[in-house]
Ligand binder design. Structure first.
Ligand code: TYD
Length: 145
């Protein structure tokens, strides 16, 4: 898995590693707002029954921060801050990908039975989405100017 981290006006993407408590009964991982993720968790959603050839995402958010986890199986996340792109394979339920505001993301290559859980900083709001890549790039470059 590759990681990138940028400071300044550009949104950042980084891997968050959660604690695990393991014994002969299996593994237990937990996550707490502001301790393991840098925001108050306002919403949790998950993707499942995803066809292996499906593409999800294809948008950025004005304010929303999210952390993505592969609770089961694996999938690829491609991110774009308007200047650089990177790809991250999620396959370890302990490792989440923190995606800041103003990052374009696409998810694909879901394995059979993959489950993607997302922790989100805000309730669902369609007005927070930027669903056109061209509009995303314009907005990023406005902010960087
Ligand atoms: P979308 O965010 O585009 O999915 P993805 O990025 O995973 O491909 O959402 C797909 C649809 O589900 C869209 O009609 C909005 C709806 N939706 C909700 O109603 N609530 C939610 O919390 C989310 C994430 C999506």
């Amino acid at each position: 898995m590759s990681t990138t981290h940028q400071d300044g006006p550009r949104g950042s993407v980084r891997v968050i590693e959660l604690p695990v408590v393991s014994d002969t009964r299996g593994d237990l991982t937990f996550v707490e707002s502001r301790r393991h993720v840098p925001f108050d968790i306002a919403r949790v959603y998950y993707l499942y029954n995803v066809p292996v050839d499906a593409e999800r995402g294809g948008h950025a958010h004005l304010e929303l921060q999210q952390v993505l986890f592969a609770l089961s199986g694996s999938f690829r996340v491609s991110v774009d801050d308007g200047f650089e792109t990177s790809q991250h394979w999620l396959r370890d339920p302990r490792k989440g990908l923190l995606i800041d505001r103003m990052i374009w993301r696409e998810m694909d290559s879901f394995s059979q039975g993959a489950v993607c859980m997302v922790l989100a900083s805000h309730p669902y709001d369609e007005a927070d989405y930027i669903r056109e890549h061209r509009a995303f790039l314009e907005k990023v470059r406005e902010g960087a100017a």
